[in-house]
Design a protein around this ligand. Structure first.
Ligand code: PMP
Length: 444
């Protein structure tokens, strides 16, 4: 410091050197925030909304590990393990499978930015907020968007999709497998085959359903439901050959999911996989995708999905990748079929308890109910906000209201991953019963 002042005096003269000396002591425009001098406080809550869910101890422990460089061999190894985990949970052999550094929306943007070019025809099933979001993003790209619109709670039949494919001749169809805003589980069996007959690719959002309801990326079949009776799956089944009479060989072309639901990992990373058909479309693009950050050709290289040496693309969220790796390892150890069964049993128990309270389930057809997120009709005379607030204030449990087109119509209760237990169902049922007794009710 003394040297710096002497040097400054010599070079700049005494007046300017004085300015140099007083720089550090001049008052700053913005003082250190008093709020930051207080210790960080995080209350303990049971997260039974539509996500995020509570982290498992194993995932939390991963979050406390030391950071390494994003291009260190050990991190590449972890990325390779995540890729294998994605192939397992998606039931796919696609080499182009990777994690996106961003939440579920980022994965949706990665899919649309890379698959659509301006003017491309895009068919989108809109029966809740996720179709709306896909429509919005595709419009920004300049695609010709053809929405198939249903009231919240609806789903899209094979026949409806076939008619729309014939009418609009799209290059891509979007469906949300788990429409978390309404609690609907969209059937997928046969949709890939249908799309391919019409030279269309199938893009599916499984952010809310992955790990909670059967999904086979490489071929859609109903065998998974039947196989639930045999929890000791030997790893050959759905991805192997000849697994049942109803097997269909055409699968989903792009599938994505998030970290913060059944995986019980922190929000901020997402999973995505591309079939060869989808990859070929991307690599034959006439224009560059509008986003550099989400350019799949760059990401494929950085994730070691092509034959070239890995090149720096962006600094990945290393700690979140540790957590994601651990959450995938947990699901692989538990076994997908056991996880599906756990969610089915917990949600059926929840449905019984809710009906026991006199509440009505929003999705009437049992086969179309999403096992991870249950939507309940807001009971007559109540303001849904009062119920959600009561349960948070008195029981430290998060449940949620509706979202987008279901706002004001439903309450949503999530049983995600490790949170899908009978004990949690009992806790939220008790809290709801009390809320219904204590919250104000308008006279109708
Ligand atoms: N799709 C579905 C079905 C979702 O439930 C969500 C999150 N609620 C998203 C996409 C978007 O994910 P994120 O909030 O992580 O961006």
């Amino acid at each position: 410091m003394l040297w710096a002042l002497t040097e400054a005096r010599a070079v700049l003269g005494h007046r300017t050197a004085g300015w140099v000396r007083t720089m550090a002591s001049r008052s700053l425009l913005v003082a250190p925030p008093a709020a930051l001098s207080k210790p960080l406080f995080i209350p303990s809550r049971l997260l039974l909304g539509p996500g995020p869910s509570n982290l498992t101890p194993r995932v939390m422990a991963a979050g406390g590990l030391p950071v390494l460089g994003h291009m260190h061999q050990e991190v590449y190894q972890i990325m390779d393990e995540i890729k294998q985990g994605i192939q397992y949970v998606f039931q796919t052999r696609n080499p182009l499978s990777l994690a996106i550094s961003g939440s579920g929306h980022c994965a949706l943007e990665a899919a649309l930015f890379n698959l659509l070019e301006p003017g491309d025809s895009f068919l989108v099933g809109v029966s809740g907020i996720w179709g709306q979001r896909a429509q919005d993003i595709a419009e920004r790209i300049g695609a010709r968007v053809c929405p198939m619109v249903k009231a919240p709670g609806g789903h899209f039949t094979l026949q409806e999709v076939e008619e729309a494919l014939a009418q609009h001749k799209p290059v891509l169809l979007f469906l949300a497998h788990g429409e978390s805003s309404t609690g609907v589980l969209q059937p997928l069996d046969g949709y890939g085959e249908l799309c391919h007959r019409h030279q269309c690719l199938l893009l599916v959002d499984s952010v809310a359903s992955l790990g909670g309801a059967p999904i086979y990326m490489d071929r859609q079949d109903t065998c998974g439901v039947l196989r639930l009776a045999q929890p000791a799956w030997n790893g050959v089944g759905p991805a192997g050959e000849g697994s049942g009479p109803t097997a269909r060989l055409d699968g989903i072309d792009v599938l994505y999911s998030g970290s913060q639901k059944v995986l019980n990992a922190p929000p901020g990373t997402s999973l995505i996989s591309f079939s060869d058909k989808a990859k070929n479309k991307i690599y034959a693009r006439k224009t560059k995708p509008v986003s550099f950050y989400l350019d799949i050709q760059w990401l494929a290289n950085f994730w070691g999905c092509d034959d070239r040496p890995r090149t720096y693309h962006h600094t990945t969220p290393i700690i979140s990748l540790y957590s994601l790796r651990e959450s995938l390892a947990h699901l692989a150890e538990q076994g997908l079929e056991n996880s599906w069964q756990q969610h089915r049993e917990a949600s059926e128990y929840l449905h019984t308890c809710l009906q026991g309270l006199g509440l009505q389930l929003f999705v009437k057809d049992q086969a179309l109910r999403l096992p991870t997120i249950t939507s309940v009709v807001v009971p007559m005379g109540y303001d849904w906000r009062d119920i959600v607030k009561y349960i948070m204030d008195h029981h430290h449990i998060e449940i949620a209201g509706g979202l987008g087109p279901s706002a004001g119509k439903v309450l949503r209760i999530g049983l995600l991953g490790g949170n899908a237990t009978r004990e949690n169902v009992d806790r939220v049922t008790r809290a709801l019963r009390e809320a219904l007794q204590r919250c104000p009710r308008s006279k109708l």
